[in-house]
Design a protein around this ligand. Structure first.
Ligand code: ADP
Length: 280
């Protein structure tokens, strides 16, 4: 099936009506992603709505993380990696020659699977690491305020306000992940990408992050890769399901749509098989 056919199926958000893409903060069109000669993703077109959580789901190797990394130009950091197609953010081509990838990564932040705070740096300095890298000079008072704002936005402030000068390594895994989210927020991004942010966390910490994700969408556009279907159902507004038909084959978008609809009434049998646990 071609992408055009796939996208015109009932229940699948097609690329055709301009209005859907007009509402999109991010507009992915005909995107293929390569590692050298290997095509990891084939011809993906999807809008990503602003102030909403979009979940990317599908079996291992279907290209979820690759797609996520194309959204802030981290994909091309791998030698030989490249993309075809376009990604526009608020109508601006992310891959235009004049666009600075470093600036893109500031505007579109990323939170990884394993919390990766700078372990010897204090909690406060971890939060301020991004703004300092961007060489913005600010006073101690402004730094303190910025750190507090980001820690509050990451639902971590109350737990750390008495030990801001203590090392990040003294925090639990779940707290470290919220610290990384605070660090991402501190540079005032427009979009936050999360690559399985709870996969290394216990259920209580996972719940805290999920609650946080639901709050973040008030101010940010969030895209999350998750292996956990319940998590996708709980936190996301839109779900995009990808699959891959075999080794050496590229990942493809099967369907995307309103999360409740995708989980309750998938348009594609492959989606139904996956969400009901028949494969993957
Ligand atoms: P998912 O996140 O859905 O598990 P990935 O995006 O990680 O899938 O991987 C998609 C495909 O790209 C897989 O076949 C994977 O082996 C391949 N791939 C991922 N990263 C690299 C890389 N750095 N170099 C070469 N191939 C890669």
């Amino acid at each position: 099936m071609t992408t055009t056919e796939m996208l015109s199926e009932p229940g699948v958000q097609p690329g055709a009506p301009a209005s859907q893409f007009d509402d999109a903060r991010i507009d992915v069109r005909n995107l293929s992603a390569y590692y050298g000669k290997f095509r990891a993703l084939d011809d993906v077109s999807m809008p990503i709505a602003s102030n909403a959580v979009t979940a990317l789901i599908g079996p291992s190797g279907c290209g979820k993380s690759t797609l996520l990394r194309t959204l802030n130009r981290m994909h091309e950091v791998v030698p030989g990696a490249r993309v075809e197609g376009t990604i526009a953010v608020d109508g601006n081509d992310l891959y235009a020659p004049e666009v600075d990838p470093v600036d893109v990564r500031r505007r579109i932040g990323m939170v990884f699977q394993r919390p990766n705070p700078f372990p010897t740096m204090s909690i406060r300095e971890n939060v301020l690491a991004g703004p300092r890298l961007n060489s913005k000079r600010f006073s101690a008072a402004a730094g303190a305020e910025r750190a507090e704002d980001a820690l509050r936005a990451a639902n971590l402030w109350d737990e750390v306000k008495d030990r801001l000068g203590g090392p990040a390594s003294g925090l639990s895994g779940g707290q470290q992940q919220r610290l990384c989210i605070a660090r991402a927020i501190a540079v005032s991004p427009e979009v936050i990408l999360m690559d399985e942010p709870c996969s290394a966390l216990d259920p209580i910490s996972t719940l805290a992050i999920e609650e946080l994700i639901s709050e973040l969408k008030r101010n940010y556009t969030v895209v999350i890769v998750t292996h956990n279907m319940q998590q996708a159902a709980r936190v996301s507004d839109t779900t995009a399901f990808f699959t891959v038909s075999g080794t050496g084959e590229p990942g493809r978008l099967v369907e995307r749509g309103d999360t409740a609809r995708v989980f309750s009434n998938p348009a594609e049998k492959r989606t139904e098989d996956y969400i009901s646990g028949r494969f993957g």
